[in-house]
Design a protein around this ligand. Structure first.
Ligand code: NAD
Length: 434
């Protein structure tokens, strides 16, 4: 089968490379010419562990992957076309902005020359894949194509492994022909006993939003429990550990912190709420999750300000970690960026270090100081804020750092360190929920 993937972001590029790894001839298409030119040279547009190695393997060795900025040329002889473009939140509304998806659908319609399956892999609200079908049917006979929903669950930072070893594959389709083609596509994973959930197009679209909303709910929940722990003298890490040992609950996504960010959860829960409103359905649980998570970074900033009697003018902070989570350079909706910006606007001097995220951060936060190392970032500061749990922040040498710092305050927003150990070293330590 010949595959075409439209959009070479995290989902498109990873999917394209993994399908090439399965042995399929794959063309990745993007309207961004610079991105395509760089990819042709073996340069990835973003940091994702292992991606560049796989890119070079399938460009040069197997030659199963090709790259193009022309959808019409790529579509010749295509069996399956994936839509993997972005679906960000609209600027002033909670709805997902589906313009890119619908534009691609229209472009696909202009270029279908033989039977082909059109698959939405982007995260899209229920009804979108049907709309894609309608757009294409305006120009293409019904027997020449089918539409399928196949949401993607990979996580940035572990995207390749997630794609190759998913917990499940969700396929929403409404006829045998498309089901057969999708099963053939995912046969290599089926052989590894990956469960395939075959369902309606509507259910497949909802599964993606319901899954992300549920995970977001776990995070928002444990953050509120952390607040209670702080007030009454509990320890949220002990609470979460004991909760997580209950198999009905599970330990994942029960880590209290500065709130969730990233390119998916914030926009996906908003879009899910918006869908529910559109259909007059009560999804107030997710509304509360959204509300509490929006407040979360503001509350963290208040906590930091409180330590400095609400005056951080000329105080110097080192922010360790700018990406929304470790192992990615993605800073979209990162709480670290919000915290750095808020303190900067209050007159603080911000020094920052992130192993991969600084290039992107410089675009949105041009006025803070970027450091080449942890040591440089912490030199002469009043406080260190550990904002993202990169591995290299997990074993800081506090004895040495203490000598470099001006004052000795640690805000450990990821609960990496032990309060007693740092207090013994005469640091003022703030964790979350303990
Ligand atoms: P992204 O923003 O990183 O990349 C989107 C790409 O699509 C860009 O390179 C852009 O140039 C390209 N594009 C836009 N319009 C185009 C067009 N008309 N023709 C060709 N290319 C076009 O997006 P992403 O993070 O990969 O997310 C894509 C979708 O997958 C979203 O719906 C997202 O919610 C979903 N998703 C993302 C993740 C993740 O971890 N990033 C995980 C699961 C699902």
């Amino acid at each position: 089968m010949k595959l075409v993937i439209v959009g070479t972001g995290y989902v498109g590029l990873v999917s394209g490379l993994c399908f090439a790894e399965f042995g399929f001839e794959t063309i990745c298409v993007d309207k961004d010419n610079v991105r395509i030119d760089n990819l042709k040279k073996g340069i990835c547009p973003f940091f994702e562990p292992g991606l560049e190695i796989l890119l070079n393997k399938h460009l040069e060795k197997t030659k199963l992957l090709s790259l193009s900025s022309s959808l019409s040329e790529s579509m010749v002889g295509a069996d399956i076309v994936f839509i993997t473009v972005g679906t960000p939140a609209k600027r002033l509304e909670d709805d997902a902005d589906l313009r890119a998806v619908y534009n691609v659908a229209d472009e696909i319609a202009n270029n279908i020359n033989k039977y082909c399956l059109v698959v939405t892999k982007s995260t899209v609200p229920v009804g979108t894949t049907r709309e894609v079908n309608k757009i294409i049917s305006k120009k293409v006979k019904k027997e020449k194509f089918d539409t399928v929903s196949n949401p993607e669950f990979l996580r940035e930072g572990s995207a390749l492994n997630d794609f190759m070893h998913p917990d499940r594959i969700v396929i929403g389709c409404d006829n045998i022909k498309s089901e057969k083609m999708m099963r053939e596509l995912y046969r290599p994973l089926y052989l590894l006993e990956t469960p395939i959930v075959l369902t309606s197009i509507e259910s497949a679209e909802i599964i993606k939003y319901a899954s992300n909303s549920f995970l977001a709910t776990k995070i928002a929940f444990i953050n509120q429990v952390a607040d209670l722990c702080e007030v009454v003298g509990g320890n949220v890490q002990d609470v979460a550990k004991a909760m997580g040992l209950d198999k009905r609950i599970g330990s994942k996504f029960l880590h209290a912190g500065p709130g969730f960010g990233g390119s998916c959860f914030p926009k996906d829960i908003k879009a899910f709420i918006s869908t529910a409103k559109k259909f007059n359905v009560d999804l107030s649980i997710i509304d509360s999750v959204n509300y509490s998570n929006k407040k979360r970074p503001e509350e963290i900033v208040s906590k930091i300000l409180k330590h400095f009697n609400n005056n951080v003018k000329d105080k110097i902070f080192s922010i360790l970690g700018l990406s929304f989570k470790p192992n990615t350079d993605d800073i979209r909706d990162s709480t670290s960026i919000f915290i750095a910006d808020s303190l900067y606007k209050k007159g603080a001097i911000i020094k920052a270090y992130d192993p991969q995220g600084m290039k992107n951060a410089k675009i949105v936060l041009p006025n803070i100081q970027y450091s080449l190392s942890i040591d440089e970032s912490c030199f002469g500061v009043d406080a260190i804020i550990i904002a993202t749990e990169w591995n290299e922040f997990r074993a800081l040498n506090f004895k040495l750092l203490k000598e470099k710092m001006k004052d000795h305050v640690i805000f450990d927003l990821r609960n990496i360190y032990n309060k007693d150990e740092l207090t013994n070293l005469e640091f003022v330590y703030y964790g979350i929920g303990k």
